[in-house]
Design a binder for this molecule. Structure first.
Ligand SMILES: [Fe+2]
Ligand SMILES: [Fe+2]
Length: 265
């Protein structure tokens, strides 16, 4: 990626140039996700079936806390980035659908409801999810997004949110392991099926795949010279940080369950 300029501020790229930048960023993201996330020890153990069920439960308690806030952040971005979307009603339509999809699908209040349902399938009570105090490594993922949303640039938010593409692939991977290795029946892995679809595939009702929208918005910002980033930040850095915190989320759970690091007795 080093051949690319780090700061696109004020640089209006052609559609072809913007496409090339997005394609390269996507490749960068998926490569990092593969190395840090899928090849990390949590997911390696998961696919071998050696990850204890307690790790699934602790992960899910933290994931509940993450989902409960992250979709609302995107709603906040809907308000904060409104001036940009006013000029792009077509994108605004998809953005509105994206926010709504998280909030109302399959029924209100949306994906968070499936998170609770999935947690019950892992043997958790609602209270064990709702009242849970998140681990620092897991909370860091959420706090990174909160920081970028309130203090970062618009492009930093959207580049960071492109990690949703990795979340879609991750949901597919995780659901596959639960199905094949942990022998969970199809109806018990509802969250993972819904997510792989929502994030990666165009929905039957015309709602764009979430990750496709993220990349499309980023591309439009590159074309209009609006992809500015703060010193010490770049689009690449946003993807790298989002993916690192995502991977760290699992590493924190792993350390907690194995009583390592901060969690050693
Ligand atoms: Fe979701
Ligand atoms: Fe999503």
């Amino acid at each position: 990626m080093s051949a690319l300029p780090k700061d696109y501020s004020g640089k209006k790229l052609s559609a072809v140039e913007a496409d090339a930048v997005v394609a390269e960023l996507k490749k960068y993201l998926l490569d990092l996700a593969d190395r840090w996330l899928f090849k990390g020890r949590f997911h390696t153990d998961l696919s071998k079936g050696t990850l204890p069920v307690e790790a699934l439960k602790v992960f899910w308690q933290n994931w509940y806390g993450f989902v409960a806030e992250i979709n609302n952040f995107h709603g906040v971005a809907y308000q904060r980035h409104l001036p940009f979307f006013k000029r792009h009603p077509e994108l605004q339509k998809h953005f509105a659908n994206h926010v709504a999809d998280e909030m109302i699908h399959p029924s209100p209040p949306g994906h968070i409801r499936i998170v609770l349902e999935q947690g019950r399938n892992f043997g958790l009570t609602d209270d064990e999810m709702i009242e849970y105090e998140m681990l620092a490594e897991c909370r860091a993922f959420l706090e990174y997004y909160r920081g970028v949303l309130y203090e970062g640039t618009m492009a930093e938010w959207w580049a960071s949110f492109c990690v949703e593409e990795a979340v879609g692939h991750w949901a597919k991977f995780f659901g596959g392991a639960l199905r094949k290795v942990y022998k969970m029946p199809e109806e018990k892995i509802v969250y993972f099926r819904v997510h792989a679809e929502a994030d990666l595939e165009e929905h039957a009702d015309g709602v764009m795949a979430h990750a496709d929208l993220d990349w499309t918005v980023l591309k439009k910002m590159l074309e209009e010279g609006r992809a500015d980033t703060r010193p010490g930040f770049s689009l690449e850095y946003c993807l790298r940080m989002g993916t690192a915190y995502f991977a760290w989320f699992f590493e924190g759970v792993y350390q907690y369950v194995k009583k390592e690091g901060l969690y050693s007795a």
